[in-house]
Design a protein around this ligand. Structure first.
Ligand SMILES: Cc1cc2nc3c(=O)[nH]c(=O)nc-3n(C[C@H](O)[C@H](O)[C@H](O)COP(=O)(O)OP(=O)(O)OC[C@H]3O[C@@H](n4cnc5c(N)ncnc54)[C@H](O)[C@@H]3O)c2cc1C
Length: 170
């Protein structure tokens, strides 16, 4: 099997092809160096936040239930990546500490309340996204101007360069 491009897409495809069919010979062709593109220089967020508009996903087919299932796939994806890094002995400076979204105004907090309602509608559970009041937020990070915020449980940091170029332990 030939795969063109040594970014996350190509490398994960190669990894799973080999896992699913160990007899396959898989070659990854990379024009520059592995991790040369966005995969080697992104922000390092390994997050379950959907990369797009959830209402649009729901309209695209399958409706609300499909959109909710997609959200839970994103949630599972975070731990799946971390599990594989662990199993393969890859140190990508990974740490699952969750993500905070801060409201710096009262109106901003109102928008986060609405966002959390939408999060629950589109498939996150009560346990996965918490509304924090000012004191709860400040006990995590002491931002003096904060009015409160959201805490998302399923988010990790991962070093893009290490995670896209590291070799598994032989
Ligand atoms: C600034 C920035 C920040 C980001 N932050 C995040 C983040 O925090 N969290 C997150 O989840 N996502 C983030 N993303 C998105 C994420 O990094 C990309 O979606 C992901 O890396 C895409 O991976 P890819 O393998 O599809 O593409 P790429 O990483 O671009 O890999 C494509 C590879 O193909 C090679 N190539 C191209 N043409 C050929 C050819 N003809 N022959 C051989 N090789 C070829 C390129 O050299 C490259 O190495 C960010 C993106 C950017 C740009």
């Amino acid at each position: 099997m030939a795969i063109v491009g040594g970014g996350y897409t190509g490398l994960w495809a190669a990894y799973f092809a080999k896992k699913l069919e160990p007899s396959l010979t898989v070659a990854v062709f990379e024009a520059e160096q592995v991790g040369y593109g966005a995969s080697g220089r992104n922000g390092g967020w390994l997050s379950a936040m959907p990369p797009g508009n959830r209402a649009t996903f729901a309209r695209a087919g399958g409706g609300l239930e499909a959109s909710r299932a997609l959200q839970q796939e994103f949630v599972a994806g975070v731990d799946a990546v971390l599990d594989i890094l662990r199993a393969e002995g890859i140190d990508a400076d990974q740490h699952k500490g969750g993500a905070l979204v801060a409201a710096h105004t009262r109106a901003g907090l109102g928008r986060l309340v609405a966002r959390r309602d939408a999060d629950l509608k589109y498939g996150l559970t009560d346990d996965e996204v918490h509304l924090l009041d000012r004191d709860e937020f400040q006990s995590t990070i002491n931002i003096s101007t904060v009015h409160g915020g959201l805490f998302y449980k399923h988010c990790a940091r991962i070093h893009p360069r290490s995670s896209s170029t590291a070799s598994p332990t032989p």
